[in-house]
Each structure stands twice: as C-alpha cells, then as structure tokens.
Design a protein around this ligand. Structure first.
Ligand SMILES: *Cc1c(COP(=O)(O)O)cnc(C)c1O
Length: 362
C-alpha cells in the first residue's frame, strides 16, 4: 500500500491522521527542548504539562466530576483484571461479575484466583449474542463491587443502559467504547480502558477512579498494585509510558477539536448505521452476530454463508484498502472495528463494498 488504508483493526487501532502528523512534526524537537518526547524526563515541566493536560482534557470531554482522578497505569486493561480484585475483594467482600464476552470472562477468572468471586450473570449460553438484562443480575452477599464490560470487543455487543447498583460500587471495563459517547461518570466507582482502541496507542490503561475507591486501596499490596500509589504521585511514582500518554493527549485534543462528544457520538451512530443497514437489507446474505438491542456501535460482527466466502470477502476488501476485517477466532466471520478515529468515509466505503460483493456472489 502506498497510501494509508481504512484500518478496521480491533486494537491497536486506527488513529486520527492529524494526531499522527502533530507527533511527526514534534518528533525530533519537542517544544524547543531539542529532544523528542521519548527522550525528555518524565519529571520535566514539559512532561508534567502533557500528563496533567491529558487528565484535564479527559475530565472536560467526559464531564468527570471533581471527586474523581484519572490515572495512567501500565499492564494494559488486563492488568486491571488483577488490580481490581486485589484492591477491593478484602474483609470477606465478594467481587461480582457479569460475563458478557471473552474479556469479561477473563476478568472474572482473575478474580476467582484472588479470592471469592460471584458470577452475577452470564450470556455465554447465547454465545454472547447480547449483554445481560438488569433483572438477570444477581448480586452476592457482601458485594465488593459489580464489574461489567460495557462493550464486548470480540462479540460486538454493547450495553445501552447500565445497571443501577445503588451503594454497591459499579466498575466498568470500557476499553473499546470509552469516549465514544456521553456517559454519566457519577454512576461508576471506577472505569478503566486499555488505551489502544479509542484513546491512543498501546502501553497504558486509563483509570477513572472515585476518591473513596482510592482511599479504599488495599494497603497490604505491593506498591505498584495499589491504586493510591498512582493517585498520590500523579501516575509518576515510576516512569510511565510517556510517549503513549503524549499520544493520548493529542488524541483527546483531536476529539475536542472535532466538537467533543456530542459530535463524536452522533457520528458514531451514523457510521454504525451505514453498516448495520447494509446487513439488514442484504436478505440474509450477511448475518449479524449480535441481537439487535445489544448491537455495538464500535465493533460490528457478521458472517457470510460459509467460511470460504468470509475469506474471499476479507481478501477482496484488503485489495481496495479496507484492512483488518478478519473476525476474532472465537466468533469467526468479519469484524469491522469502527472506533472514534475511523472516518465516516471508511464506513461508507465498506458499506458500498458489501453491496458490490453481494451483487457478485448472491
Ligand atoms: C482489548 C481489551 C482488553 C485487553 O486490553 P489490554 O490492554 O490488551 O490488556 C480488555 N477488555 C476489553 C473490553 C478489550 O477490548
């Protein structure tokens, strides 16, 4: 490919061209330091501006209340699968999990290793074709928290309404839909996301955490596993993934310059509609995996009538610059990941291609 393609990869995923260009422009000499961001001290005033700037931009865009902090932690979202039960499944309290997909199940399995965890609901029997209904969720006694996965990246489902847990802390893995729409952050005690889907490149998990959850950090844990270590030190207890955090800031600036979450949310709805409408009007040529009420606006999963046709679809699409459409091995078929940085034009081109492919093969 001599030009950039439309990149439908699930993560690491496509980034806004303007953010990449900004990084390119500043790559050799960041703001007159004579050094790259990769080369400056994480204790320098330039980097302090970057990390605090990223925090305040995210707070502004998501309208995060005053009593929350934004932390940058290593080990990706998967590291949070361990930190959450280690910090909060203490004093006989039980971690509650809703398993609506592969990552949700991984989170639950880690909690089982740490202590007592309760499977509060699961849609495994439906091959994760939908998320759980609120009335299916059964909390344990002495619940430490309820953990949900707001967007199931592999199966292509997404929660439309979040469960109301009252005083029980609601914790959410939002790796694949954070910042894709407005949410009421005050419903959540802790939100986390691996950066490489909707926030920037790989290397950091972004954690939005309420003050009381910072205070409740388990003090018997090693330093790097306690949330309060990151909060007290502005995520600079050790050297953070500085270039990743810089790219996150550029990506957040891009979201703001596009008009913020009002514009992004509407655009994401329009983008997904282009593809779902094509599936729905294909007379069964394309079969969606997710039930209609749970359809993800970020990851669209579908199949053709057989695996050979799936393969041909993916290969033909790649030839015209539609890359990364292969479904995850657990579901098969096609997956179009259309995070914030995927332009409308990419979705339109995919929808047009789907119609042409059907006309040739139906
Ligand atoms: C990608 C993903 C993860 C894993 O993220 P890592 O940063 O690779 O650890 C976890 N949860 C969800 C929902 C994801 O989409």
């Amino acid at each position: 490919m001599s030009e950039r393609v439309y990149n439908f990869n699930p993560g690491p995923a496509t980034l806004p061209v303007s953010a990449l260009e900004q990084a390119q422009k500043e790559l050799l000499n960041y703001k007159g330091t004579g050094m790259s961001v990769m080369e400056i001290s994480h204790r320098s005033k330039q980097f302090e501006e970057i990390i605090l700037g990223a925090e305040s931009l995210l707070k502004e865009l998501l309208q995060i209340p005053e009593n929350y902090r934004v932390l940058f932690i290593g080990m990706g979202a998967t590291g949070q699968f361990d930190m959450i039960p280690m910090n909060y499944m203490v004093d006989g309290k039980i971690g509650n999990y809703v398993v609506t997909g592969s990552f949700a199940n991984k989170a639950y399995k880690e909690a089982v290793k740490v202590g007592e965890a309760n499977l509060a609901a699961s849609t495994k029997e439906l091959n994760f074709a939908r998320v759980a209904n609120p009335d299916e969720i059964q909390l344990s006694d002495k619940p430490a928290y309820l953990h949900i996965t707001t967007n199931n990246t592999i199966f292509g489902t997404q929660w439309k309404v979040f469960p109301d847990t009252g005083d029980v802390p609601l914790i959410a893995d939002m790796s694949s839909d954070i910042l894709s729409k407005k949410i009421d952050v005050s419903k959540f005690a802790l939100i986390y996301a691996g950066a490489q889907k909707n926030l920037g490149p790989a290397g950091a998990a972004v954690v939005i955490i309420r003050d009381d959850m910072i205070e409740k950090s388990n003090q018997n844990l090693p330093t790097m596993l306690k949330y309060d270590t990151y909060a007290k030190n502005d995520s600079l207890y050790n050297t953070p993934a500085s270039f990743t955090i810089y790219m996150i800031k550029l990506m957040l600036e891009w979201v703001k310059s596009e008009g913020g979450l009002d514009v992004i949310e509407k655009r994401n709805e329009d983008k997904a509609k282009l593809i779902y409408d094509t599936i729905d009007s294909s007379n069964g040529f394309y079969k969606g995996h997710a039930e209609e009420g749970s359809r993800s606006l970020m990851n669209i999963t579908f199949k053709l009538s057989n695996e050979d046709l799936d393969k041909e679809f993916i290969a033909e699409a790649a030839k015209i610059g539609l890359a990364g459409l292969k479904g995850h091995r657990e579901v098969g078929g096609i997956r179009a990941s259309i995070y914030n940085a995927m332009p409308v034009e990419g979705c339109q081109k995919l929808a047009d291609f789907m119609k042409e492919f059907q006309a040739k093969h139906a």
